[in-house]
Design a protein. Sequence first.
Length: 134
Amino acid sequence: MKNELVTLETAKTLKKLGFKEPCFFAFDQCEMTCCDLRGQQKFDGVNYNLGGYISKPFWLQVEKWLRDNYQVFIEILVLKEDDETTNCFISYTVTDFYPEKHEEDIRYKTYEEARTQTIIDALELIQGERIKNV
């Protein structure tokens, strides 16, 4: 499950960008530790970017949030290496406003690694105001 949830750095970036989706996990701002909020009575699917927490969403939640709020579509290409037994993943960030294609293909060993880096790249484009909220 650890690879399915965003890192603290990404969670902080999302909070700055206005991520307000309900999450099952959050970072405690005092201790900067991950909290599983599913078992607490107070958990009702609220936004934990309020109060003393920083929401820790799943990568798939962030991908959907990017799609819904910024029209960012993540595309991961799966290529076969020469020996036909190893997959290679290449990722792109695509929006209506800014098609981001790498000049050189950056190859990743896993789909998750490609997805994670592409989302981080998209968040950097948003922070640099190269992608606007719709």
